[in-house]
Design a protein around this ligand. Structure first.
Ligand code: SAM
Length: 382
């Protein structure tokens, strides 16, 4: 690592930030002490940092290999997760590149970071030194650390790694490193609060059935893409009242929270389309609060199988897109016009709709093809 920090190599990296990395890799390194691969890795790191963690765009910051950059959280989600966290002792058992740890531990007095990957932890230690942040850096397998440590922590954080990359596979906690089911009792013993970041693919009912001391699940989306689930475990917490909170960061949409059992007892009211159409954001869709959202916000569902809602009076607290709409006849759609097309619970896909009506994507107006309980309908936003 020291080699890439020399002035000449740092200058070379800065001069090549816009160079095509594939062609650079084919060249011979001008410096005998570092390979071109190491140089390209640093350039790649800065490019990723520019979008994902801009606080690291500082002189002499060192970046790890791609896998660790990909596995690291973004600055935006880490900052969000850090809201209201403070205490004396913070422990991150899966430090990785330390992005989460950097923000989550900001209001703690003593910070301990555990990571099994020696080189990665050395990189984090070097960077934290440059950033003026102190921590106990422990290069160890976290299970071994937990077995030997007698310390108690105010907050323990984990962001487990996937053991394999098989997509489409049912997401189970056993597939993670560490296996949370094996260590959860020990975690609750060592920490007043335990926060775990999980993939958005994991099923919420499954989590509720297998996790001990579960008090809250936060569903975190950014720009309507669900990025992560955050589970909060508390020592001695009795199930079954688990709070579910839905957030859509980088949007103006309000958050939405409820207790998991509330949804089981809620029923939607239905109506034909009224003045306003509501499309829940993906965090709410992930939460499954399809009836509760109707009950809590007084908006009416259009159809049992489509999560579209409607009301005559604007409900600004709705967590999702709100459109002012009219019902139209298909003959009112003019050839050559541009629309944002949404098709849900409708026999034609957006591409088939474009072909049929000779319209194209674009413009500011929405055309929504769906069904109410009376049958197929087309809605046009004003
Ligand atoms: C998804 S990454 C964490 C990323 C981190 N939250 C960040 O923002 O940069 C998971 C890390 O946990 C480490 N890890 C996984 N299992 C571990 C274990 N049993 N003991 C110690 N570290 C482990 C991996 O080496 C990896 O660096």
């Amino acid at each position: 690592m020291k080699n890439i920090l020399t002035k000449e190599i740092q200058n070379y990296i800065n001069a090549n930030l816009k160079t095509d990395l594939h062609s650079l890799l084919l060249k011979k390194s001008p410096f005998p002490e570092v390979s071109m691969l190491e140089i390209v890795q640093q350039i790649k790191g800065r490019k990723v940092a520019d979008k994902k963690f801009p606080f690291l765009l500082k002189e002499n910051i060192v970046f790890p290999p791609n896998l660790n950059l990909e596995q690291a959280s973004s600055q935006a989600t880490a900052l969000f997760k850090a809201t209201n966290l403070k205490g004396k002792k913070f422990l991150d058992l899966t430090c990785g590149f330390g992005i989460d740890a950097f923000f989550l531990s900001d209001n703690f007095v003593e910070v301990t970071l555990v990571e099994q990957n020696t080189e990665l932890l050395e990189t984090v230690q070097h960077n934290w030194n440059i950033l003026g942040r102190k921590a106990n850096f422990i290069n160890e397998n976290l299970e071994i650390f937990l077995n030997r440590s007698t310390e108690k922590f105010d907050l323990i954080y984990l962001d487990p790694a996937r053991r394999d990359d098989e997509k489409n596979k049912k997401f189970l906690l056993e597939d993670l490193s560490p296996n949370l089911l094996e260590i959860q009792e020990r975690l609750l013993d060592a920490g007043k609060e335990v926060i775990i970041k999980l993939s958005p693919l994991v099923d919420i009912s499954y989590l509720i059935s297998v996790l001990k001391g579960l008090s809250e699940i936060k569903i975190i989306a950014a720009k309507n893409e669900v990025k992560e689930l955050l589970v909060v475990l508390n020592h001695g917490k009795e199930k079954p009242d688990v709070k579910i909170s839905c957030y859509n960061l980088e949007s103006t949409e309000p958050s939405f929270s409820f207790n998991f059992n509330e949804e089981k007892n809620a029923h939607s009211e239905f109506s034909e389309p009224l003045k306003f159409l509501y499309i829940p954001n993906n965090a709410v869709l992930k939460s499954g609060a399809f009836n509760l959202i109707s009950k809590k916000l007084g908006v009416k569902k259009l159809h049992p199988n489509t999560h579209f809602y409607s009301s005559d009076v604007l409900e600004e607290a709705f967590p999702g897109r709100i459109l002012s709409v009219d019902i139209i006849e298909s003959k009112q759609i003019k050839k050559g016009e541009k629309f944002n097309i949404i098709s849900k619970n409708y026999p034609l896909t957006p591409d088939e709709i474009k072909k049929k009506y000779k319209i194209s994507d674009g413009g500011t107006c929405y055309l929504i093809f769906t069904q109410s309980r009376k049958g197929k309908i087309i809605l046009k936003s004003l």
